[in-house]
Design a protein around this ligand. Sequence first.
Ligand SMILES: *[C@@H]1O[C@H](CO)[C@@H](O)[C@H](O)[C@H]1NC(C)=O
Ligand SMILES: *[C@@H]1O[C@H](CO)[C@@H](O)[C@H](O)[C@H]1NC(C)=O
Ligand SMILES: *[C@@H]1O[C@H](CO)[C@@H](O)[C@H](O)[C@H]1NC(C)=O
Ligand SMILES: *[C@@H]1O[C@H](CO)[C@@H](O)[C@H](O)[C@H]1NC(C)=O
Ligand SMILES: *[C@@H]1O[C@H](CO)[C@@H](O)[C@H](O)[C@H]1NC(C)=O
Ligand SMILES: *[C@@H]1O[C@H](CO)[C@@H](O)[C@H](O)[C@H]1NC(C)=O
Ligand SMILES: *[C@@H]1O[C@H](CO)[C@@H](O)[C@H](O)[C@H]1NC(C)=O
Ligand SMILES: *[C@@H]1O[C@H](CO)[C@@H](O)[C@H](O)[C@H]1NC(C)=O
Ligand SMILES: *[C@@H]1O[C@H](CO)[C@@H](O)[C@H](O)[C@H]1NC(C)=O
Length: 821
Amino acid sequence: MGIISFMIMIMIISYIIVPPILASNSINVSESLSDGETLISAGGKFELGFFSPGNSVRRYLGIWYKQMPIQKVVWVANRVNPINNTLGILTLTTSGNLMLRQNDSLVWSTTTQKQAQKPMAELLDSGNLVIRNQDETDYLWQSFDYPCDTILPGMKLGWDLRNDLERRITSWKSPDDPSPGDLSWGLVLHNYPEFYLMNRTEKYCRLGPWNGLQFSGLSDRKQNSIYDFKYVANNDLNYVSNKDEMFYSFTLKNSSAFVSATIYQTNISIYVWEENNTNWLLTESTPLNSCESYGICGPYASCSTTKSPACQCLRGFIPKSTQQWALRDWSQGCVRNISLSCNNQQMDVDDELMKYVGLKVPDTTHTLLYENVDLELCRTMCLNNCSCTAFTNSDISGKGSGCVMWFGDLIDIRQFDTGGQDLYIRIARVVTEASNGRNKSVITIAATTAAAIFGMLLFCSYIIYKVRWRIADKSKIDDNIERHLEDLDLPLFDLQTITSATNNFSLNNKIGQGGFGSVYKGKLADGQEIAVKRLSTNSGQGITEFLTEVKLIAKLQHRNLVKLLGCCVGRQEKFLVYEYMANGSLDSFIFDKITDKLLEWPQRFEIIFGVARGLVYLHQDSRLRIIHRDLKASNVLLDHKLNPKISDFGMARSFGGDQIEGNTHRVVGTYGYMAPEYAIGGQFSIKSDVFSFGVLLLEIICGNKNSALYHGNETLNLVGYAWRVWKEGKALELIESRIKESCVVSEVLRCIHVSLLCVQQYPEDRPTMTSVIQMLGSDMELVEPKAPGFCQRKVSSDEESPNQNEISSNDELTITSLNGR
Ligand SMILES: *[C@@H]1O[C@H](CO)[C@@H](O)[C@H](O)[C@H]1NC(C)=O
Ligand SMILES: *[C@@H]1O[C@H](CO)[C@@H](O)[C@H](O)[C@H]1NC(C)=O
Ligand SMILES: *[C@@H]1O[C@H](CO)[C@@H](O)[C@H](O)[C@H]1NC(C)=O
Ligand SMILES: *[C@@H]1O[C@H](CO)[C@@H](O)[C@H](O)[C@H]1NC(C)=O
Ligand SMILES: *[C@@H]1O[C@H](CO)[C@@H](O)[C@H](O)[C@H]1NC(C)=O
Ligand SMILES: *[C@@H]1O[C@H](CO)[C@@H](O)[C@H](O)[C@H]1NC(C)=O
Ligand SMILES: *[C@@H]1O[C@H](CO)[C@@H](O)[C@H](O)[C@H]1NC(C)=O
Ligand SMILES: *[C@@H]1O[C@H](CO)[C@@H](O)[C@H](O)[C@H]1NC(C)=O
Ligand SMILES: *[C@@H]1O[C@H](CO)[C@@H](O)[C@H](O)[C@H]1NC(C)=O
């Protein structure tokens, strides 16, 4: 008897015994399920069959709760491939696979790898559709391994690493369309794995890693009496590192309740249906509040639902952009207020790992996990690797165990009022004692200590200043600007005027690019030419610097200073309006060998005098004591009569009274012009401007940049070279060939002599600008110069781009070679 006739016999028998509408909980190879028929689990909780979601007429094979008055579908087989009529049919093959067909075309099927003998498909009371051999309990396939948008008690969300199987849930596109939508929820296998809600490929919400007690990000969630979460990372005991399963699941405390967690297009929500209820009860939803939006505060900031503003920089960090921060745009986050010892050449600092409590730990993408390392060893390991930014226990249950270390920026941190966990974050601390054996700078220990103390004092007041701005909210800032501007009695241009004057900031009108923004040429309606400095929004120049600059420049009136005509504050941007300087900047005259722009010696001498007079005014004559801090050839502009005018006071800082020295953590300035004590120690004074003036003077005479190569000399810069030829008595070699004819040798020699006095290493040896003027303008005896500072060429410096030499607070200051003595 052939197998076919046997089968036919079976079918006949089954048709006699089993009624055509199945009320069974399973099908076998000889049976099928067509539209209109259903399987019902043994306990009557779940039902499998064909349905049409919402207002759709398309047919899907799915599983739903049997007893609910409102149909809630928990699983869909053919979610991407609907059947458009009622001719769908589900069958089981002898190889143990379910096949869903519409007429003869395959709509959906399972693929089991295991060997089937007498397979059957059964709907269990847990809502799991399984395929198994009739006499075995192991599953050949189960729907719980292929979740759709809902997890049920007993289901595992996460990874089966043995079979490389990820179980992740994805939202329905809409209530009418079960095909995969935007949001998904799954476990990402970082070294320290964690769950994310993803909006397609973007991180949308992070639940945080399992810390032994809970998900780090859900520390504020209430316990409930109906269900329990668990997170399992089963270890194969022989190979500790070889985890074979990692998943999240929940179990019912009370088996009489129905619980399901479903992901929608905007959230995951957990619903409970208790006995005798009439509707589903929402018990929790994620994201719950804006603090649960991924990375809302940017790096190194924490989000708190009870603080205002919600985002706060972590201790030891300051907003990257004070202005954006004040406007509640937190995306740029915070930065260290002192950079770490490993890349901090400005100060003598030491790293420590500071404890922060009550946190949701940051994103674990770049982490290392050591489950058998304790906290103390973890600290040591972290301290010894400069790229380690934080560490903590990986498991906080009991006394805590395991070690997790973070590398790179720390993002998506929350601050909880209660609960949360500890995190140790690497921050730098200024070393105030000179006796700790570290010798990082060439400055004497005493000077370092003094500088550090002074720096801290200054810094603190700076921080207080910053903090004041940080807490001010948007409207306050705007008010402040307006009030400041009223104080100044300065013309306030409107944005429309500026935009049309500069031809909508067209590239053709762009005449320069500085550290804090671009400069455009413009023409007002009345024909007056102006230069508009458009402050880049993401530059280091926040509102504070802006106001400083406006206030300072408005008060300064001197024929050797560029005049500020007014300013303009747009909604997002700030502009300064200056008088237009027809001849551009000095550097194009003295460094550009190609164009015909050439200054003869008498003009150069006038320019030197003009710049010196401008500096004397800044240093002594103005009511304020101004240190320019970024004097260089490109900051000296020439008007139509080639009168020099100093520009760009954006980085200047004013001092009242007799304060003549300061210290800052923000070294602003340009390499090659910076005095050694400023570049290394951040210590600035009028004498650091004198140093820059000395460099400028040499450049005007030689027509070469300080950082350029000299006569094939690989190591010396212009200052170093000038010093060498001066010592050899061949100073005239410095004079640029193009001006040799027009120059007055005694004047040039005098200028070289003065410039060498200006660039002496120690500030106290350098003359003031007043004596520079006297020395240049008379025949008085001059002292012999001592060795200059910074004689060596900075090897990595590139002259091509004007910005590359700029060092502002946003860049790390790296000094590759220090001065020889
Ligand atoms: C299929 O199931 C029916 C009823 O559940 C049963 O009578 C029949 O023997 C089964 N057939 C096979 C091949 O197992
Ligand atoms: C129904 O689906 C089949 C294939 O799945 C397709 O060829 C046919 O055009 C569809 N009919 C309608 C009315 O959408
Ligand atoms: C499906 O089969 C029915 C009858 O068996 C037929 O009328 C219909 O055209 C078929 N549809 C498709 C899309 O093949
Ligand atoms: C389960 O829930 C029912 C009704 O909600 C309640 O009466 C019963 O005490 C609960 N059982 C447990 C173990 O919590
Ligand atoms: C997901 O991203 C899309 C665009 O990429 C956006 O339109 C949608 O609103 C986002 N969804 C959520 C819940 O944010
Ligand atoms: C979750 O999302 C669904 C669909 O977008 C929405 O109907 C529901 O109100 C949301 N639940 C919560 C608690 O926000
Ligand atoms: C639910 O209703 C049944 C019958 O109405 C009643 O016997 C049972 O006590 C109710 N259960 C609860 C928890 O209220
Ligand atoms: C850095 O900032 C923290 C707080 O933001 C402050 O306590 C600390 O004094 C600052 N460091 C310095 C050197 O000012
Ligand atoms: C620090 O840790 C990172 C990440 O593991 C590693 O790539 C780097 O080599 C380590 N550096 C040192 C100095 O150990």
